[in-house]
Design a protein around this ligand. Sequence first.
Ligand code: ZN
Length: 403
Amino acid sequence: MHDHRRLGRELELFHADPLSGAGLPVWLPAGAAARHSVEEYVRELERRAGYQHVYSPPLGKRELFELSGHLGYFAGDMFPVLRLSDDDEFVLRPALCPHHALVYRARGRSYRELPLRIAELGGMYRPERSGVLGGLSRVRAISLNDAHNFCPPEQVGAEVAEVLELIRVAHAALGVRPAGFRLSLRGPGEKYVGDDEEWRHAEDLLRAALSGLPYVEAPGEAAFYGPKIDIQVRDAAGRESTLSTIQLDFDKPARFDLCYADARGRRARPVMVHRSLVGSMERLFGYLIEVHAGAFPAWYAPVQVRVLPVGPEQVAAAEAFRRDCVLAGLRAELVVDGSLGARIRDAARRRVPYAAVLGAREVAAGQVALRLRDGRGVDPMAAPDALGLIAGVVAGRSAELLP
Ligand SMILES: [Zn+2]
């Protein structure tokens, strides 16, 4: 495996500038293009699974985070409160759940609406110590693929099973290879809310959802409000971290007095399932850069096609092919400077999946010759067929470069 910080620099995916601040990298155009494709994919996967997406601000009033319990139980992992005046204080949020609880209670809810799945790719902030920062795996500004699923207690088991399946699908498409499942349980100490009965019940539900999967139990790793399933990945240095997570929470629905009208019109309390399919965009890409050695599947490669005219006479045809690729939704660029051999090698070094070469013979026949980043070549084919081949691989989100 390769260190994502070195590859991130070489491939110009992101930039860590001391002036921006430790743990606050900026995404360069190539990294942003790849991330955009992944975000679109995840949003569509969630939409099809019945999630509704919202936007909420990355900071909120102090009182919101007092109500949620974050200031009481989690203040050590939060930035200091921002004070505008004595009665106007704000918190850079460490999690999205408080805002999603407000979405839930923006109006009355009926059992018919449940499970209500509220999703957002949202910003949140944690003041990680500067010693542990570096690259994308640990940052202070986090863009989390997050959702909160509100459901009646009797639906929790099915909901957790469904989320586990969605995680499996997303991992397969992205090329994530989990290092293991972890059932994170309460440890000793006072840093947990809720009563023993609720905790036991929640732990049993998660244990049942994991039956048949290899997992380890990790006492002391639970969230302050409930136990969770964590799906771990390993970085180039062999360190484990959590990518995907499913957490049960009986506490926040009570704190926010969330309720719904059940089938008989009685007031009932939903359970809140916090879940992230692929974790934060930062940690996800830190991992994906390493596991793919920068050679992402074509569907989220920053540049999918580099169009290379052999000589000046082929530039117009090459530019026309590039434009057709762009109009077909692909990310394509034209490179004219340098020898053809050097340009093909540079495209491979940049992990561009396809180089489309146009020489005199190809242009005369209306063809292009594809060269893959792994060195394989494809016999010249009609330009629309070459475009169709690439577009098909991209649309199918295939891990392979040829159908
Ligand atoms: Zn949450």
